[in-house]
Design a protein around this ligand. Sequence first.
Ligand SMILES: [Zn+2]
Length: 281
Amino acid sequence: MLMKVLIPSSVYHIILSHALSTEKEEVIGMLIGEWQGLKNTNPFMSNRALASVEAVSLLTRSDKRKDRVEIAPEQLHLAALEAEQVGKRLGRKMCVIGWYHSHPHITVFPSHVDLRTQLSQQYLDSHFFGIIVSCFDSSSDHTQRVQITCFQSENAPDGTVSRVNVPIEIVPSRTVPPVMRETFLDLPKRMFEEHYKEYEAATSKRILYSDHRNVTSDKMTELYNTGVYGQSITHLVDNVICPATHILENTAQELDHKIEEVKRKLSETKKRNDNAFLIEL
Ligand SMILES: [Zn+2]
């Protein structure tokens, strides 16, 4: 029985950045971490566990239609390999403990597809959980809000699949672990790969059928595809790369100030100690 999910603020930041990277499509990723058993003398409570998330594995989506987020077996395998690597770096055994996806412009509640996907994963491990981030969802007073939910699925008596809410706790973290820093920098690269694959697929289809089409129509399709690809890349630079660079520059500036302040305090303390030593003499 999963009692609570703990997410460090650095991991939460990555999930939000991923979810806010596009308002047209749902994004998906896997959560890497460990389950911690809760000690209890009551045998009926002995399987209670806490989930502690340590890292994120970003997935590339192949089907971008609405409400089609699914965990492909090959992607689950890649995430498991990534978990192994994270485990080696942290010196602890890590595994894929959950998944997350975004709901742009819709409510945070899991759809029937989400509940079924979740249930199929729970057959493999009963503690597996899902997180949904609802973003770009405007309320009646035109304010936007971001909502997050954590859930599991269970078979209802009437044969349908229902939702079980799982409490979630964002744990403040003062530093960003190197693993998460790399994932943050990897996000634009993954998005670029997704756009490029789409463009490549559209272009190869055109070449495949080009014998049966007239040249003008082919040229127009090529221009259109290139235009869409260019638009996606511009969007990526404007909405992901530029704000990320801005954040990193601001953080670097803030750290520089802190280093200067620590150096100043250190020299002041040294001077005070030297003076005290001279007075004693
Ligand atoms: Zn969904």
